[in-house]
Ligand binder design. Structure first.
Ligand SMILES: Cc1ncc(COP(=O)(O)O)c(C=O)c1O
Length: 394
């Protein structure tokens, strides 16, 4: 979408009465959609087959392809990432307290709370935005049964340190890899770490199946247990051998997944180009920084994470207001942190005292639009607004 104006001074800003930069909103997380014709062919085949759900052939093929792609033994596809988290934590027999970051999407905590497992929030490293192993260590109690690391923004959690800690304290370790599809740690795809890893294939994610998710694991028994749990505990037609829920992925969602898998390289190429563009432009603005992806790893570059220094002339929230007025719908992910949302805010009103880095990071991050619907011109437009703000407020 072409910018509608040139922004050179504060008087050009929409908050000062000028027309917005874009005629329509620029979103964070517009879906990456692969080849339409290929999807429609697959969708037609699903309709013709009359098999719409219940572990159909497309879902089975999807699971095989995902397991292959991630180099893991098992992929158990699910209807969304939240249910996948719930099933994984239950299959691992987590109870009591489980340590998670507060700086994550609320589903990481809610999946536990929903099962009356207590999420215990540990602080993050302010440079990586991922769990700080020392902070995790401080939160371990006799009631702790597990740790869920989140590969935030697709950048790996401190896997090695968490593995050592889990081993030492006899804790179960899993990862919320919702952001990490197509990313790696030391060359190994995210998905193969801990006892299992959970992906979200929500529409806003780098790789989507409309709604969807999966748990991937190399543990045969765990995979089998999760397959039962995903399908009400059914083993055969009339035989329920386990408590379960309904976590199944539909055939049409799997068809979308198979299609999008064929276009992953294009999605990455666009995201990488956008990231490089933003990075170059942000580098020349004093007081703004961009979260950097390690180029020696595989990344999906799905998140453009801007950090606003305290000395930047305009506050983070004012920047958001200014951008929204320009139809740039930048987001304050993951503000204000899970610990400041309900029910956790009521349960632990003083949690912020042990989460100083979470508080600071949550107050300075802005996530900017990227994805296949955004190109160099749009980015140049967004950056022209930020340059004007850097020059002296709005
Ligand atoms: C870190 C994280 N965990 C869990 C989820 C939940 O996934 P879903 O929306 O597929 O339920 C999301 C995204 O929505 C997420 O970003």
């Amino acid at each position: 979408m072409q910018p509608q104006k040139t922004v050179r001074s504060v008087d050009d800003l929409a908050v000062r009465g000028a027309p917005p930069l874009f005629a329509e909103p620029l979103h964070v997380g517009r879906p990456n959609i692969g080849d339409h014709a290929r999807f429609l062919l697959r969708a037609a085949a699903v309709l013709d087959s009359g098999w719409l759900s219940n572990n159909g052939p497309v879902a089975q093929e999807f699971e095989r392809r995902i397991a292959e792609f991630l180099n893991v033994k098992h992929c158990v596809a699910m209807c969304n990432g939240t249910i996948a988290l719930e099933i994984a934590t239950r299959a691992l027999d987590l109870k009591g307290e489980v340590i998670v970051p507060s700086y994550t999407f609320i589903a990481t905590a809610h999946a536990l709370q929903w099962q009356e497992i207590t999420p215990i929030f540990a602080d993050i490293d302010p440079t990586t935005h991922n769990l700080d192993p020392a902070a995790v260590w401080r939160m371990i109690t006799p009631r702790t049964t597990g740790i869920i690391g989140v590969h935030l923004w697709g950048r790996a959690s401190p896997v090695k340190e968490l593995e050592a800690m889990a081993k030492e304290h006899n804790l179960r370790l899993m990862f919320d890899a919702s952001h990490g599809f197509g990313c790696s740690l030391k060359g190994k795809p995210l998905g193969g770490f801990g006892e299992c890893e959970v992906f979200s294939f929500h529409a806003t994610k780098f790789f989507n199946t409309f709604e969807g998710g999966a748990v991937v694991t190399n543990n045969d028994a765990l995979a089998e247990k999760m397959r039962l749990m995903r399908n009400f505990g059914f083993s055969g037609y009339d035989n329920v051998i386990y408590p379960g829920t309904n976590g199944k992925l539909t055939e049409i969602a799997a068809a979308m997944g198979l299609t999008n898998l064929e276009n992953l390289d294009e999605f990455v190429a666009v995201n990488r180009r956008n990231y490089a563009c933003y990075r170059e432009a942000v580098a020349s603005i004093h007081g703004l920084g961009l979260l950097v992806y390690d180029e020696s790893e595989r990344n999906n570059f799905q998140y453009i994470v801007l950090e606003v220094a305290p000395y930047f002339p305009v506050s983070r929230d004012r920047i958001i207001d200014v951008l929204h007025a320009e139809n740039v719908l930048a987001r304050r992910y993951f503000w204000p942190g899970c610990h400041n949302m309900q029910p956790y805010r009521s349960y632990y009103p003083h949690a912020g005292l042990v989460l100083p880095n979470t508080q600071v990071v949550a107050e300075r991050v802005i996530v900017l639009p990227t994805g296949s619907s955004i190109g160099v011109e749009e980015i140049e437009g967004v950056m022209s607004v930020l340059r004007v703000l850097a020059a002296g407020g709005a």
